[in-house]
Design a protein around this ligand. Structure first.
Ligand code: PHE
Length: 471
């Protein structure tokens, strides 16, 4: 349940529907499922089995695999920590919008309202002040994360028993509402009408793999950490399949939720769907709320439902990003779980402050682009290479098969040793090339260095330092 909670998050609601629509609609489901079965599920099994076998958080797990590879584990615990520092800010926005929904405060001009709310400055070089509502929301979210994590895994179990089913039910309610609106059919057919010619484009395939990685929370040490808490006789491969398919299913459903309402907005304002802004923050904080405020009745109720759904979807992704690092510090230095969690949360809180300023949304854009894109793929690759070549994979496979109903065969070793690394290397090369083509994303060079390059160098260096420190 916690693994599903980590996987299902904002990425399912604001990323999948858009990526799907952009990359061939219904036809995209083909590369998507290919990516799910050739990379997502094999890697999920790998991470589950590594955690279950080593019964350790990532650094110690990798150390058991190969003495000098502890740093890979540290790296994979540090990346989600950085992702958390801005993911939590987006959740703070959701928190504020949940309150704003009560009287639909954005009603007259959602775009203007959003930027005023952020105190958005004219460019990244103008820092701007901290936005008070975001600041308050941020404190609320970090405190929740701390409270959920500091006592250990039992509490996580109790929380996810609510925060996984609840938003799913809310999403279904929103979808039913959406599908019964005029224009919904056009919206949905926009989302799913298949364009098979797109399947000839490599980028479409790579988008599918990238989406799978991000959405399944892979290569972040998360699934390793969670699996280390499983009982000895827990089923591994079944759990990996269920987690992955539940995540894919939620993404698919969210497409209906989003596009039905976008179709309605396009219908009522006679604007092309293309012009509406249907990805990322724009979707969640401008387009969707605009549509909500135009609902014939109970608009604020649906607004509140939408943001509660996002918050509850997001919270288990957010705390899952903190758990690997806090568990690792706890294990290596015998810090109490409370202390380790407090340290990580306080540093995380301070780091997220930069994203609450008027220029925060620019910084968020850069950090997300570099750390999430490169970080994930790079660590996924390291994982496959470390386990595939420095370790006898078939031992791990036997470990899985001992307790699992669905037995995995030699195909899995092939995936981890050849297919997944090949795809990831391709992905890295293509994204590096794209970045060289348009190197600065419209931002000044210094800001790319600070927010894009520096954090990556910093966490790699820190990983080696942490490996060398004695306990
Ligand atoms: N999988 C989460 C989502 O779809 C995001 C996430 C990324 C969670 C990385 C953990 C680590 O929103």
């Amino acid at each position: 349940m916690a693994a599903i909670g980590s996987a299902v998050g904002l990425g399912n609601v604001w990323r999948f529907p858009y990526v799907c629509y952009k990359n061939g609609g219904g036809a995209f489901l083909i590369p998507y499922f290919v990516a799910l079965f050739t990379a997502g599920i094999p890697l999920m099994i790998l991470e589950f089995s590594l955690g279950h076998w080593s019964r350790s958080p990532p650094p110690m797990a990798f150390k058991k695999v190969s003495k000098n590879m502890e740093w890979v584990g540290w790296l994979s615990s540090l990346v989600p920590f950085i992702v958390a520092s801005y993911y939590v800010v987006v959740m703070a926005w959701c928190f504020a919008y949940m309150v704003f929904s009560v009287n639909l405060m954005w009603r007259t001009d959602a775009e203007n309202f959003f930027y005023t709310f952020l105190g958005k400055t004219s460019g990244i070089s103008e820092i701007g002040g901290i936005s008070p509502p975001v600041f308050l929301g941020l404190i609320a979210i970090w405190v929740s994360i701390f409270i959920i994590l500091y006592k250990g895994v039992d509490r996580i179990g109790k929380i996810v028993a609510i925060t996984v089913p609840l938003p799913t039910i809310l999403l279904i309610i929103l979808t039913i509402r959406g599908l019964t609106l005029p224009g919904a059919v056009e919206g949905v057919s926009y989302y799913l009408s298949p364009d098979f010619s797109k399947l000839l484009n490599v980028n479409v395939w790579l988008s599918a793999y990238a989406q799978i990685f991000f959405s399944l929370s892979l290569a972040q040490g998360i699934m390793i950490t969670y699996a280390s808490y499983l009982k000895r006789d827990s089923d591994i491969s079944n759990n990996a399949f269920i987690t992955s398919l539940a995540d894919a299913g939620t993404s698919f459903l969210a497409g209906f939720t989003v596009f039905s309402v976008v179709g309605y907005l396009s219908h009522i304002t006679s604007t092309d769907i293309d012009k509406l802004g249907i990805a990322g923050p724009h979707l969640t904080f401008i387009t969707y709320p605009t549509a909500i405020s135009l609902l014939p009745f109970a608009a604020s109720i649906f607004g509140v439902i939408f943001y509660i759904a996002l918050l509850t979807f997001g919270i288990d992704s957010a705390f899952s990003m903190i758990e690997p690092l806090s568990a690792s510090l706890n294990r290596k230095w015998k810090l109490s779980k409370t202390k380790a969690t407090a340290i990580v949360c306080v540093i995380g809180f301070l780091t997220s402050l930069i994203f609450t300023t008027g220029s925060g949304i620019y910084w968020l854009d850069i950090v997300d682009h570099f750390v999430a894109n490169f970080g994930l793929v790079f660590i996924g690759l390291l994982e496959c290479l470390t386990l595939g070549y420095l370790y006898n994979l078939s031992k791990l496979r036997k470990h899985v098969n001992k307790t699992s109903d669905v037995k995995i065969g030699k195909w899995w070793d092939m995936m981890i040793r050849f297919v997944v690394p090949a795809v990831l290397i391709l992905l890295l090369i293509i994204s590096i090339m794209e970045n060289l083509k348009a190197p600065y994303m419209g931002y000044p060079v210094w800001s790319i260095l600070i927010a894009g390059i520096l954090p990556i160098i910093f966490i790699i260096a820190l990983s080696f330092i942490l490996q060398r420190r004695r306990r």
